[in-house]
Design a protein around this ligand. Structure first.
Ligand code: GDP
Ligand code: GDP
Length: 466
């Protein structure tokens, strides 16, 4: 491939570029994943793109744009004189907006200052994004970034999605194209396997990634799920080499399991190589609508399980947690394990946790209905009237202090995203209470949901950040 500068290709000019810049480890790729969300499933890196340049199509509120991840472009050998590759320079020059990411947990470094100089010289609009502001306690630290001289910082947590909605609201307003019909949105709908049951429903089949560490029992579980009275209708070729997707018709509907080659007959390379299997899992996640995270209950929640869960969380797709080998857990140990799941996988929110034994089949029957419920919840649309009635009763049951929610709409589905219009700032704990209330009332348990708050009178026309 062309080594530098010449292959930005046809992407440039088609859609405005949102360029994500910053030194390594500040969370650029996490932010890109967050912005692209599940769309990553259907976006391909453009041909001719070198490995370290990632261009992904995204859209927000009807604005379509291309996100460019500059990971690896800004060499860190000499922090005082950041080397910018010719490619990066072109992307920066053509950027509609540059998101300059820094890390609140580390504070500003010399390298950050050097990147800031490069970006300032570019003359392009820059938003300083202070990442890893995982809680409001960190928010005041974010203001140090004012000293970069690139305007007010935007505190966010790319990992948890905190503040990213407000940032995107601001970013799209800087794009040259106005809002409008998003041509790409249509085409971005997956041409995935259509219902293979011959009934011609035409509805896309949910794509499920079965992920987990080696030896947790994925293959055993997969074989059990496709076995029994269910019929495997066809193998759909996946996008990666060797990937085989399996479409299964079940009484609960049709499901496509992604990248099942290794589960049907294991190759030697696949066995036991944690690294390879994690890469594979990440690839499958990118193409999935729903993740089934399989955990070996006898091993407890390991660091690697947490990392996978983090990635699933960042991908924004619903997840069903499967605690496998449950029959081996002594009755008196069971509560501890469930508490452990709650603690260590807390960021998966209200994901259902199923206790199964793939070997004996115990509990396996719960999985496909849970997948169907998650799929349904993910696409939920709550009528405005019902939503507002629910919010009223939620507020009556436990009135907020200082401000109240006056009105709300569901701005988007996949995942359900609610905008709350308030007359002041709501406490984060209160928002969590509202979120729980909405989940319960509308059975949104298995899907991530997003709440965005618009406080009347907040400056700059944007909403208050959460
Ligand atoms: P990049 O090198 O800039 O692309 O950074 P990555 O996206 O690979 O992130 C580097 C590390 O920071 C990873 O371990 C991420 O999980 C972590 N990270 C990213 N965003 C956040 C965040 O908002 N909060 C926290 N606590 N960690 C984050
Ligand atoms: P994978 O690497 O995640 O695909 O795991 P496998 O399906 O190959 O299973 C790894 C090992 O765990 C095999 O020896 C299985 O027989 C065993 N195993 C899988 N599920 C269960 C279960 O529910 N209970 C018990 N006791 N063993 C299981």
């Amino acid at each position: 491939m062309t080594p530098t500068g010449t292959d930005l290709g046809p992407a440039v000019g088609e859609r405005p570029l949102v360029v994500v810049a910053g030194r390594p480890n500040v969370g650029k790729s996490t932010l890109v994943n967050r912005i692209v969300g599940r769309r990553a499933a259907v976006v391909e890196e453009r041909p001719g793109v070198t490995r370290d340049r990632k261009e992904l199509d995204a859209e927000w509120c009807g604005y379509a744009f291309t996100v460019v991840d500059t990971g690896g472009w800004l060499s860190s050998d000499d922090p005082l004189d950041v080397q910018v590759s010719a490619q990066a320079e072109r992307a920066i020059a053509e950027a509609a907006v540059i998101l300059f990411v820094v890390d609140v947990t580390v504070g500003l470094t010399d390298e950050d200052l050097a990147v800031a100089r490069v970006l300032k010289r570019s003359g392009r609009p820059v938003r300083v994004v202070v990442n890893k502001v995982d809680s409001s306690q960190r928010e005041s630290d974010a203001w140090d970034a004012v000293s970069l001289g690139l305007g007010d910082p935007w505190p966010i947590s790319a990992l948890h999605g905190r503040g990213t909605g407000d940032l995107l609201d601001d970013v799209v307003l800087l794009l040259p194209t106005g809002p409008g019909p998003d041509d790409a949105q249509e085409e971005a709908e997956p041409d995935g396997p259509e219902a293979a049951d011959g009934q011609g429903s035409g509805a896309p089949v949910p794509r499920v990634a079965l992920v987990g560490r080696p030896n947790v029992g994925k293959s055993t579980l997969f074989n059990r799920l496709v076995g029994d009275e269910r019929s495997v209708t066809h193998d759909a070729p996946g996008t990666t080499r060797d990937a085989v997707d399996t479409v299964v018709v079940t009484p609960e509907g049709t499901v496509c399991f992604i990248d099942t080659a290794g589960m049907r007959r294991k190759s030697r390379t696949e066995r036991g190589t944690e690294y390879f299997s994690v890469l594979r899992a990440l690839d499958a996640l990118d193409r999935a609508d729903i993740a089934l995270l399989v955990i070996d209950a006898t091993a407890g929640i390991t660091h690697q399980d947490q990392r996978l869960a983090e990635r699933i969380g960042a991908a924004g797709c619903p997840v069903v947690v499967v605690l496998n080998k449950w029959e081996l857990i002594a009755t008196e140990d069971r509560t501890d394990i469930l508490v452990d799941v709650g603690d260590r996988l807390a960021f998966l929110g209200e994901a259902p946790v199923l206790k199964v034994s793939a070997l004996s089949g115990l509990g396996v029957h719960q999985i496909l209905p849970a997948v169907a419920a998650a799929e349904q919840a993910y696409h939920s649309r709550i009528p405005t009237g019902e939503l507002n009635r629910a919010l009223k009763s939620i507020q009556v049951a436990h009135p907020p202090v200082g401000a109240r929610i006056q009105y709300a709409v569901q701005g988007a589905s996949d995942p359900p995203t609610f905008t709350l219009f308030t007359n002041g700032r709501l406490q984060p704990t209160y928002l969590r209470y509202v979120e729980r209330g909405l989940r319960e009332r509308f059975e949104l348990g298995p899907t991530p949901i997003k709440l965005r708050v618009r406080a009347k009178g907040a400056n700059g026309g944007g909403g208050r950040r959460r």
